[in-house]
Design a protein around this ligand. Structure first.
Ligand code: 5GP
Ligand code: ZN
Length: 118
């Protein structure tokens, strides 16, 4: 279930190197190449799915596993006092890479508030 032109499929297949934080049969977690905070991980299902908008009930088990391991990984990477998970989805969500990923962002200091009201 690899998509040939997908950068995260290539990372999952080991064709593009990444700094891995966790890996199992269906999930890969690696360091974001342009971190926005001291801890910035990307968590992906290895099987290609473009975004959260394309997910259905068949994706529930892997999505559940991903969310359930986010806290442990964040803590292991140094975000011991909280973190933020972000899933940018589609044009409105400003998604850049169309292979579903969960950002795990944190660090010793507090993050900026989420989205400023205008
Ligand atoms: P999005 O805007 O789609 O939610 O986030 C895509 C993320 O992927 C960005 O934070 C970007 O820095 C990261 N990214 C893009 N290309 C690569 C890459 O080749 N390797 C890694 N490790 N991260 C990448
Ligand atoms: Zn992909």
């Amino acid at each position: 279930m690899k998509k040939d032109d997908c950068i995260f499929c290539k990372i999952a297949a080991g064709e593009i190197p990444s700094k891995k934080a966790y890996e199992d049969d269906e999930i890969l977690v690696f360091q974001d190449i342009q971190p926005v905070a001291p801890v910035h991980l990307l968590m992906i299902p290895k099987a290609h799915v473009a975004s959260l908008a394309e997910c259905g009930p068949e994706h529930a088990p892997v999505l559940g596993r991903m969310m359930a391991m986010a806290g442990r990984l964040a803590s292991e990477q140094g975000a011991r006092d909280g973190f933020r998970t972000i899933v940018n989805t589609g044009r409105v969500g400003r998604q850049d890479v169309y292979h579903l990923h969960i950002h795990i962002i944190g660090g010793p200091d507090r993050l900026p508030r989420m989205i400023a009201a205008e």
